[in-house]
Design a protein around this ligand. Sequence first.
Ligand SMILES: [Zn+2]
Ligand SMILES: [Zn+2]
Length: 294
Amino acid sequence: MDIELLKPTDRLRVMDLVEATGIDVSDWAKFKGGVEKAASNPKYCYEWSYEDHSKKIIVLNLWYENLSEKNGEIIQNLNLRDTAKNAASSPQSRRATKMDFSLQKAARLNWPVRVIICDGGRRDSNSTKSSADRRLLDSEQWYVKSYSSDSGDCVLVRGTSTEFFIDQFSIENIPIGEAKRKEATTSVYERSPQVRNYILKRAGGFCEWCGQEGFKTLSGSVYLETHHIQPLSENGSDTVDNVVALCPNHHREAHFGESAVQFRKELASRVEKLNKSIQPTANASADFGARLKI
Ligand SMILES: [Zn+2]
Ligand SMILES: [Zn+2]
């Protein structure tokens, strides 16, 4: 995909593009300008992001000039928290914060993102509003690849997520590395993404305890939760021998069920059997590196 094909050439109205995503825009007409001026309702027309909770969709305005290409993907790096901090006016700051919340929602809930690409006519940063001359609604869906709740750094990617199996950590930006205690007021343990990915592939979308298939998320991934049989807080290892993929129900049971102690033992022997039954292949050798403490 050539990035230049996304360069908008037409003067289209935001309201029409938002409506084209399926979001109800009837409220735009509910102001003194009425239906005739609905598209310039100041409550909506300058916003940077739109949400529809019933349709579970996020619409974002992105600047064409800020799109970039990385490893064959069209992406946009954003940090709306910084934008809000450095905004020249309070309306801009409010819009940035609202867009930041939308990104968080898209990241946590896996909501698909539709993108209005804007170009031209951008005013300087001292102005209270920047208005685009030309716009287009990208026909492709986008998704939030990563969102760091620490910094607000966000990577948006054009297309649908290629991760087929995901867990509760997939939507957070988790640093790669050894599981270790982060210096924080609460105990947070970093988990190796390679180990999680290996486990999710080993499970193939089915709870490794009950065999029930994980549910499908809006982005088309299959959701299960990865669980450390011996908790990291009890010096359990972050290796494929100690991690199991469970349906959300069994994950909660593993933590809070009345027979949690017995459950832990049974999960350990289940995982031992599962790992033994997998024949290492040339392709899987990298995955099997996960057996070593990464
Ligand atoms: Zn289960
Ligand atoms: Zn757990």
